[in-house]
Design a protein around this ligand. Structure first.
Ligand code: NAD
Length: 383
């Protein structure tokens, strides 16, 4: 089986799906031919010479798409304007693609993959169960995004995070509010706390309270009692009464804190708006909002996805490429997740590629099987 890794063509995408280290791992496990597109690792600081040393061959995009039985990517396949065709068109008939796909938002891509009789596995659909943690690229990327959100905020914020007493005067610590305490929220809490800030956090799931406290944050609560836990431990949509109560809390907090990091997400839904224009205007000039949900509509009413925007002295960062801004780290973790996932499917030495649909991880992540759309999986398959 030939493995191929093309250059990512999405605008400003610097990640690469496979590192030289993982090329070595796959070669040791019996894969004999791995092709990397010339310069594919450059944005993540991996050189062609390192791939060659690890055992890979370097090729052009057309060669790689034509030869590969298994194509490894970060972003879903898309139209390549410099070649004037869609990447799916360039695929070998019957090939397998493993990448992020986000099928609910990318129906057109799925249709093209089906027409090409391809098999497509989505890294973003791997069920978040304990056994699959080693494949969980969404969590790897969210962890980086949470860390980087704080670093980006610090770069814009005009003061220290930590409090100091100096000969020139007393400096109060910066106050950070984190909304949504999933993977990225907890990473943001840990990073801001380590930098010396006072960190407060809010989540609709009661289970988050203990995690926030263990990271050194203060967990904020509202008087409305309602469980935020949906099926499989994921968040659910809250009642209007609860949302009103949390937004009243955020308005009060916005008058006091310096930095707000929002990460609120409900799977397969548009992100809830939790920070309104009124709240932004209540913040002190020089304050910063980092909206991690920007790509999904945003948690802040004024967010411009992909942009840094200033509203009456408050900077709102809507960057949608935070993992790519730490491309070496994110490529390394993504590649580790992907390599482990691929090896769990191919069974090593023999390099046979057989999808076992009794395995809930494989069933949950397969979108198209030999051209047949099989997503979403039946509920019991990923119970
Ligand atoms: P997650 O599912 O682990 O966490 C989301 C949290 O939001 C959950 O804990 C949930 O309970 C909470 N939540 C839902 N509704 C809420 C509400 N009304 N009030 C408060 N909390 C609420 O998700 P994650 O992996 O941490 O990702 C969070 C967000 O970051 C997602 O939108 C994801 O797409 C995004 N993300 C952005 C980038 C980027 O570059 N900007 C990169 C990676 C991930």
């Amino acid at each position: 089986l030939v493995i191929g890794v093309p250059h990512e063509i999405y605008q400003n995408e610097k990640r690469v799906a496979l590192t030289p280290e993982n090329v070595k791992t796959l070669m040791q496990k019996g894969f004999k031919e791995i092709y990397i597109e010339e310069g594919a690792g450059k944005g993540a600081k991996f050189l062609d010479s390192q791939y060659i040393e690890a055992g890979a061959k370097i090729g052009t995009a057309s060669e790689i798409f034509k030869k590969s039985d298994i194509l490894l990517k970060v972003r879903g396949l898309q139209y390549n304007s410099s070649l004037g065709k869609h990447e799916v068109e360039m695929l070998k008939e019957g090939a397998t693609v493993i990448s992020f796909i986000f099928p609910a938002q990318n129906q057109e891509l799925i249709k093209l993959l089906s027409q090409k009789k391809a098999t497509a596995l989505a890294m973003d659909c791997i069920p978040r169960i304990s056994r699959a943690q080693v494949f969980d690229a969404l969590s790897s990327m969210a962890n980086i995004a949470g860390y980087k959100a704080v670093i980006e905020a610090a770069a814009v914020f005009g003061r220290f995070f930590t409090g100091q007493i100096t000969a020139a005067g007393r400096i109060p610590p910066c106050k950070v509010l984190v909304i949504g305490c999933g993977v990225s929220g907890l990473a943001a809490i840990g990073t801001a706390k380590n930098m010396g800030a006072i960190v407060r956090a809010f989540d609709t799931r009661a289970a988050a309270k203990e995690q926030v406290i263990s990271m050194g944050g203060e967990f904020l609560e509202v008087h409305v009692k309602e469980s935020g836990e949906g099926s499989g431990g994921y968040a659910k949509t809250m009642s209007k009464e609860f949302i009103d109560a949390e937004m009243a809390l955020f308005l009060k907090q916005c008058k006091d804190v310096d930095i707000v990091i929002t990460t609120a997400l409900i799977p397969n839904q548009k992100s809830p708006i939790l920070i309104t224009k009124e709240m932004v205007e209540a913040m002190k000039p020089g304050s910063v909002i980092v909206d991690l949900a920007a790509e999904n509509g945003g948690n802040c009413e004024l967010t411009k996805p992909g942009e840094s925007y200033n509203h009456r002295g408050v900077t709102i960062l809507g960057y949608t490429d935070l993992p790519s801004r730490m491309s070496t780290q994110s490529s390394t973790l993504y590649s580790n997740n992907l390599t482990k996932f691929l090896l769990s499917i191919t069974g090593g030495e023999q390099n046979t590629f057989k999808l076992d649909f009794t395995d809930e991880v494989i069933r949950g992540s397969t979108i198209v099987n030999k051209g047949m759309l099989i997503w979403p999986p039946p509920k019991k398959a990923i119970a």
